[in-house]
Each structure stands twice: as C-alpha cells, then as structure tokens.
Ligand binder design. Structure first.
Ligand code: ADP
Length: 773
C-alpha cells in the first residue's frame, strides 16, 4: 500500500459507484463489473496510471461527494464479458461540486486534507480500539491472533483506523460516515463506539448461537456453515460455484429442445440443486441427471434417404446375393416413402458366423442414410445394463440403449443388437422383459429407463438383431421379430464374393493396387476347400488378408512387384492346410452311417457308429447325446427289430448282446431327432452286414413305423455336406420345397434324394454284403 501511495494521484479519475461496500484506503477489494460504463472506466484507468475513484452511493442513490482513490492491482476478463478487478484503496478523495461526467469519463478530484491531531490522545484511542478489536476477534473462528497483530503493526493512526473499519461488517451508512470523517482522532472515536457496540452484539450472538446449535442437527449445522462460507465468498466477489453451474444449466436448457415432461424434470432438479451443498455427492448426482436428460436426442432425427435406386445400388455394391434381405429393406423404404410414420421393421438376422449379418446391417444403415448404434448382448447378465439402474444406486447410469443413443445423437439410428441368442444364461430374471420393452413396437414408444425415469420414444429406431441360432432366443421375443436367414454360401458363391468384394477390399486395406496381386480362381477354390471350410466367409477373408499382408511386406522389401498367386503357392502364404475333407479319407463301413447336424456355425456331418457287444439286450449310447437323440435311438432300434422280424431275420439276433451306439466328435452338441434315419441305417447295416456308403449323408426324423418326418436347417445341412465332400444326401420328402433355396452349383455336384419311408434308404445308402456279390 505504501508503494501505491507514493505514486501521485492524478487530478482527474475515471469513476465508479460500487453498490454495497466502501473501500477504505489501505484495504483491498475485488469487484465484479458487468455494465459497459463500469468496464469503460476500468479500461480508461488501465490506459493511464491505473487509478480509479470509487464513490459510494449516498442515501438517495446519487454518488457521495467523498470517495476513495484506488489502484487497480489486477484485472481479468471473464468469458461472459464481465470484468473482475482487484483494487487497493489509496486515499480519500472529494469530487468537485456539481454533476459527475458520464461513468467511464474522468472526473476532477481532490485528495482530502489530513488535519493536525494531538498525538497522545490519538495513541490512547488507538490502544483502546486495538484491545476491543482483539476481544471481538476472539469470538471469530480462524486466525484471530494474527489478525490482531497485523492491526497492531499498522503505522499511523489514520491507516490503522481505516484498516480496522475495513475488517468490520458495518452497514453502508456507517462505512460512509467513517469515510467522510477527517482526522485520526475523530475517526478513532467513532470507531471505538462502533467496536464497543459490536462487542456487545457478538456476545449476544454467541449466546443465541449456542442455543441454536444445541437445537440443530449435524446436517443443518453443516448447511448453515456452508451458507456462511457462501456469503463470505460472495462478499469477496468470488463467483459462487453453485450459481455458475446453475447459470450454465439454464443457458443450455434454453437452447435444447425437450419434451415438456423432460423440461419439468430438469426444472425440479435445478430446484434441488439450489438446496443441496455443492460439494455433496447428491449435488453431482442431480447435476449428472440433468446433463443426461439434456444430452439425449429427444427430437433429433436424421433425414432418411428415400431414393430406392440409390439404396439398391448401395446395397449391391457391398454385398453379393442376400436378395431376400435387400428386398425387405427396399420394401420398407418404399412404404416409408408413401407413409412417413410407417413403423420400423424389427429384423433378426440369423445365420452362422461370417455370413454377412453385421456388414449387411451396416450397409442397410448406409443405404437408409442413418447413423449406426451397436450393442452386443452376448454375456449381458443384468437388466440394469439394458434398462439402467435406479438413481438411488451410487454411480448409477442409464442403460446401454440410451447410452448408445446419446452417442449417436439421433433417435432414429439403425441399432444393431448383436448376439441376441447369447444373452447371458445367468441373466437375473427374464431377459425378454427388458428386451421387449426395447424392441416391441407396442411398448417402446415410451421406453422407461430406470435411471432416466422419463419415457423415451424408441419407435423410430430401426432395430436389427443378430443371432447364430433361433433356438436360444426367448420365444416371446422371437415371435415379434422378422427372421431373415443367412444360411451360408456354397463354394461358387464364395468364389464370386471373394473376387468381387473380399479381394478388392483387402487389397485396398493393404494399400496394394489391383495390378500388384492376382489370386487365381483355382487358388481361391482351394483356400475355400482346405483353409476355410466354414459356412461363412471369415476364414476366407482372413486368408486373403494374410496373402495381402505378405505381398505388402515383400513389396516394401523391394521384391517382385506383380504376383499371381496359384494353388501351388498357397502353402507358402498360409501354411499347412487345416481341413481335409473327411470323407475322402474314409471307406464304406459296416455299422457306420453319416448324419447331418445343424449347429450355430452352420451345417456339419456327424458319424453314427453302431456295434454289438456281449451283454443283456440293452441299448447303450455314448458321445454326450441329448435326451431327444436318445429317444430317437430307441425308436430306431425298435424299428430295426420289427424290420428284421418282418424280413424273416433270426428272432434271437440280439439275444445275449448289447447294442452300442456312439456319436464321436465332442464339440458338436448332439441333440434333436434328425439323426433318426442315420441311426436306423447304421443299425440295419450292423445287423445285416451290409456296409454303408461313406459318401452318403442323411437327415430325417423317423416314426416307429419307419416314416420319415421333415427336419429343420435343410439348406445349411446340405451346404455342410457339400463342404465335407459328400456325394449324395437323403432328405425327408416333406422338406423338398426347401431344396429350391440350395444353390444351383451345389445341386449340380450333389445328388439329393427325398424319401418318405426309411426302407427306401437302405438300397441307396447300403452296399451289398461283401461275399454276396
Ligand atoms: P457375421 O456378422 O454374419 O458374422 P460379417 O458381417 O462379419 O459376418 O461378415 C464377414 C465378412 O464377410 C465381412 O467382411 C463381410 O463384408 C463379408 N461378407 C459377408 N457376406 C458377404 C456378401 N454377401 N457379399 C460380400 N461380402 C460379404
């Protein structure tokens, strides 16, 4: 303060009228200024010697004659345009009589004179005041002793009196009176009176507070103290944290479009924010909730592309075949074109891995011009992951559905829900309940997330779920979805897809020009046969990627720049083949037939081995067979017995012997009735001694009378048989219509024989008994 005082105060100063408090010379104060004039005054001061005059408001609101010259110590401009200045009071000044020029302009001022005083009296008064001040401080929490020491060390009675005045919580008129009092003696006398009164007041207040304290609970006491802190911060001109936050919320709330209900909820939360302590976790919880509500895309919709030709072209560009899905999407678009609010379909893409479910889903989004949200349900074990946790949980959040919607920022994305058949088996409760709320058009208009507690409209979301199998999808859900099958591809389809899509895609990913690398068609075929014997395209694509990777590396090393990969080169790129068509290695055998299984990974062949052992006419089954398959084996045995009887076989054929049926290969889950026909054939072969052709596979459920009943998954089973190198497949006659779905190419290489009765199978599948020829 002394340094500031040494700079001569200019005769004209820009001026302000601070509203609440007087700045005494020697004291400091921070002001938050917003009006244009005030800011102009600060700017004017900064352009000169950094001095300002502060005139407190008089009784009628007009600026007082007496004011304080202050020096600006620091100034900061806040983002909202306000200015915060730290001021140090320097001297009392009087403004000239008459009006003041406009704020921001300089006004003529004169430093107030200091009258002579009687040293002794002044010193006595000073001691008296210091003592009263010290007593007063004792009642205040904090560094009372230090403050008193500072006061004691202030040189000059003038400065001392002003400093004490600035430390007291005085009314504005009282402060003005002190400011207007010239002469240390007069000022100290006035101050002594005030200190005496304050001391008495404090005494009284302490007594009251003790009484209140006894009556208040812990919580209320805390709130009371926080209130005090808040008041002090405000007094210091520091911005209040709560107010800053609430102002920010109001600003955003004014800008976002929300349904009335959501807006009301935000308002209620804001009202809560005003009541609870800023530092409490409750405050954060309420604040987060408001943010969530404001962040959700309540009304944000992306514009649909409704040009059918364009959409078709887009779908065709990325995906070969899959006509049924493409048609379905275009149909939806057409309807949507006629009727803007046509309900979104709820599709479920079902098929083995790598058959294009995910990538087509993404292409659908692109074709419709929609954003993509994704969530894998595989392993989801808790309803809260879908529908959120109630806010009473600590750390509660909305469910993943709403989290995704917030991320994409619109409420009409294509939403891919992967692995709906693998919702965690340990799901607490019924997983279909929350999923139905999400997916069911009857319910999802007002989807209620536990965290949000406000209905959110999901009806514009285009849901696509994916699954490997429908078996484990809860029936209530399955009913409501439109199932679209992705049955897998035959070799020729795979070759075409590889040439048209997978190879160009991988070349591009590896930064290779098409001229740098060719893969011969025969090589592609061989990859499919021995490196990627699967229903889908994953291993094929992976193999192509591996070749591209190696080529890219070779190019970097400066090796040949143009290469054509033939069949014979494959081992060099891909190592030893992993698959050998099993059938090629086998021979016709007595008691062993080939069945077809349907697995989530596509169709597969399955061997049925029957043997006779000494025993007590029982049937033994091994190979981890399910209940239905066991029953099917019993039915088959009964049928074969009656067949033997009817054909004059020896009645004691099974006396003293056990039949043992084994189904090897542990990985495939073996259940269902569709192996019935193959079990009958194995048993027939065993009992008759005729070997079963190793290149024939069969599928079909049988009755006790030997009739063949239809089974599921025909197309996939046939493709699986084809991959395994089977030549002839026996299928139930009633499945014949489905053969239309089998690719041309497969039908050309594979003989398919529909049968109505199992007896028809024996001559097809079995060879004559050796030795009879
Ligand atoms: P899924 O989701 O069924 O497991 P993906 O969508 O991941 O299968 O498909 C595996 C790969 O095969 C992807 O690179 C995909 O682009 C490609 N693919 C699948 N089906 C086709 C198709 N009909 N045409 C072109 N590429 C396809």
């Amino acid at each position: 303060m002394t340094a500031a005082a040494e700079v001569p105060i200019p005769g004209e100063l820009p001026w302000l009228v601070p509203k609440r408090a007087v700045l005494f010379p020697g004291a400091k104060k921070t002001l938050l200024l917003r009006s244009e004039e005030e800011i102009a005054a600060v700017d004017a001061a900064l352009a000169g010697e950094r001095f300002l005059a502060l005139f407190p408001p008089g009784p009628e609101g007009e600026p007082s004659r007496r004011g304080t010259a202050a020096r600006i110590e620091r100034m900061r401009r806040l983002p909202d345009g306000a200015v915060r200045v730290a001021l140090a009071g320097v001297a009392r000044v009087d403004r000239a009589t008459g009006g003041l020029p406009k704020e921001g302009r300089a006004a003529p001022v004169r430093v107030a004179p200091t009258p002579e005083t009687d040293e002794l009296v002044v010193e006595a008064l000073r001691r008296n005041c210091l003592e009263s001040f010290r007593l007063l401080l004792r009642s205040r929490p904090g560094a009372a002793e230090e403050t008193a020491e500072i006061a004691g060390a202030i040189p000059g009675a003038d400065r001392f009196a002003d400093w004490i005045a600035s430390q007291l919580n005085l009314s504005l008129p009282e402060q003005i009176r002190l400011l207007e009092t010239d002469g240390a003696r007069e000022r100290l006398e006035e101050l002594a009176r005030i200190l005496d009164r304050e001391g008495k007041l404090i005494e009284l207040e302490t007594r009251i507070q003790e009484e209140v304290s006894a009556a208040l609970g812990e919580k209320e006491r805390e709130n009371y103290l926080r209130e005090r802190i808040r008041a002090i911060r405000k007094e210091l001109g520091e911005e209040d944290e709560r107010e800053t936050q609430i102002r920010e919320i109001h600003r955003r709330l004014a800008a976002v479009r929300l349904p009335e209900e959501a807006r009301l909820s935000c308002r209620e939360e804001i009202a809560r924010l005003k009541r609870i302590p800023v530092q409490s976790s409750e405050f954060t919880v309420a604040r987060n909730h408001i943010d969530w509500v404001m962040d959700l895309p309540w009304n944000a919709l992306s514009e649909d592309r409704i040009d059918l030709d364009e959409a078709r072209a887009l779908l065709d560009r990325n995906h070969a075949g899959l006509e049924n899905v493409k048609d379905r999407i275009l149909e939806y678009l057409a309807v949507r074109k006629l009727k803007r609010d046509a309900p979104s379909p709820l599709l479920c893409f079902v098929g083995p891995p790598g058959t294009g479910k995910t990538s087509l889903g993404l292409a659908v989004a692109e074709a419709l011009g929609r954003r993509v949200a994704r969530l894998s349900l595989g392993g989801v074990t808790d309803e809260g992951e879908i529908r959120g946790h109630r806010r009473t949980y600590s750390g509660a959040l909305p469910g993943r559905i709403l989290q995704e919607l917030r991320r994409v920022g619109v409420r009409n994305p294509v939403f891919m829900l992967d692995e709906i058949d693998k919702v965690g088996p340990q799901f607490s409760g019924d997983p279909s309940a929350p999923l139905l709320e999400v997916l069911d058009p009857e319910q999802n208009r007002g989807f209620s997330d536990h965290y949000l507690s406000l209905p959110f409209d999901l009806s514009e979301v285009f849901f696509i779920t994916t699954a490997n199998s429908t078996d484990t999808i809860p029936p209530g859900l399955l009913n409501r979805m439109e199932i679209v099958e992705f049955p897998g591809y035959a070799t020729a389809e795979k070759v075409a897809i590889a040439e048209k899509h997978l190879i160009p895609k991988q070349l591009e990913r590896h930064g290779l020009a098409a001229s740098r690398l060719k893969i011969r068609r025969r090589a592609i075929r061989r990859i499919i046969d021995v490196y990627a014997a699967e229903a889908g395209l994953r291993d094929l694509e992976r193999s192509i990627a591996a070749i591209c990777r190696k080529r890219a590396a070779a190019l970097l090393r400066g090796e040949e720049t143009r290469v054509t990969v033939g069949e014979e080169d494959l081992e060099g790129y891909l190592g030893t083949p992993q698959y050998f068509p099993e059938i090629k290695a086998r021979r016709p055998e007595v008691g062993t037939s080939t069945a077809l299984a349907w697995t989530p990974a596509g169709g597969q062949i399955l061997f049925i081995e029957a043997t006779i052992l000494p025993g007590r006419q029982s049937l033994q089954l091994t190979g981890q067979l399910g209940e239905v398959m066991r029953e099917s084996a019993e039915t088959s045995l009964s049928y074969v017995r009656s067949f033997v009887d009817r054909h004059g076989g020896p009645p004691d054929l099974l006396d003293g012997r056990d039949i043992h049926i084994h189904v090897p290969a542990g990985a495939v889950s073996k259940d269902g009735p569709s192996a019935g026909i193959a079990i009958v054939v194995a048993l027939y072969s065993l009992l008759s001694g005729s070997p079963v052709r190793h290149d024939v596979a069969m599928t079909g459920e049988i009755t006790l009378r030997g009739r063949v009943l239809p089974v599921g998954g025909i197309r996939q089973k046939i493709l699986g048989a084809h991959r395994a190198g089977i030549r002839l497949v026996v299928v139930p006659a009633r499945n014949e219509p489905e053969l239309r779905e089998v690719p041309e190419e497969v039908l050309r290489r594979l003989e398919i024989v529909p049968v109505e009765h199992v007896d028809e199978v024996f001559p097809i599948a079995c060879l004559p008994k050796p030795g009879r020829r």
